[in-house]
Design a protein around this ligand. Sequence first.
Ligand code: SF4
Length: 381
Amino acid sequence: MNEITELLSEMSDIAQNPDMRLAACLAEGRKAVGVFPYYVPEEIAYAAGFVPFGIWGMQGSVREAGRYFPAFYCTVARMGLELALSGKIDKLSAVIMPSVCDTLRPFSQNFKSARPDIPMVFLAHPQNRKEDFGIAYTVCEYRRVKAELEGIAGVKITDESLADAICVYNENRAARREFVRLAGLYPSTVSALRRAEVLKSAYFMDKSEHTRLLLRINAALCALPHDPQPGVKVVTSGIIADNANLLDIFDRYGITVAADDVAHESRSFRVDTPIKSGDPLTALARQFSEQSDDPLLYEPDLDRRGRRLVDLVLNCGARGVIFIMMQFCDPEELDYPNIKKTLDRASVPSVMIGYDQQMRDFGQAGTSLEAFSDMLRTRLQ
Ligand code: SF4
């Protein structure tokens, strides 16, 4: 048990202190590139020798970024710019900025205007990602990203280094998926907060190092006897769910995250790159083409994501779904009514909690989650 406690604590420290992690990485002679959400092929940056650093905003207040964004923009964008304006990402060699939603497109331009001194690699994914022409477009974009990163790093990214990076990332995705499964089985050992921190720490570590620690945690969890207090299992859904005060409520009311459909968590590692596709850039484009059930991606079947959530609930033995709804996130808000209908049709209870990264008071969320967990327990009896 001590080994797990120590490893979880180590990853918690990393998740809570990305600044220190970045400083340590630079002190080792590595260079880092900032990666904004979503679907950035980090493998390309990794193959250039960079440590990709995830930038998903931060907890706190929006101050300087208010000069660029009105208050009705999501805090993922506003806090991301706040980080840039506060000097916290000054040591990055560059940032990669995708544009998969209507907020990220203007964000990229605001970033360029706010921090012209930090090189920004823009990335446009196609909406029609599955067809051959969509894959060809993605390859074209990835080739440009590769060329820009080569220029910034001053190195040539070879097919071999890219293939190696893809293997490192596939191994890490597999380890994270296994950790998610095990965390749902051992909530007394892996609290909701620790679970989120372990997953978050991946954004600030060389993925091979993260995999090494995670494999030790997974092995130690596998060796444990059954958890005597499995809690009431749920599936979480949303953009990001890393707030300690919110997750403390889960632990307080015995709510176990058995699986998730959270962009910051499982949505980012559920699809591996088919390395056997030959050309590594084409393999990465195929990996993007195989992503689905995400409000950020074009999907003509409006019930699909809801059905996936129902399947997730059934497969992991969960009793309900908790939506953590990022305020002012149009894609999530537009998706919600259809998902809710699909869950209701399948008799899967759900609750929605409003969230943004400036929130400090979770009193209302606590009341909702207490009532929801009581209701799920009553249904179990
Ligand atoms: S998907 Fe939603 S939370 Fe993410 S950047 Fe776009 S609007 Fe913001």
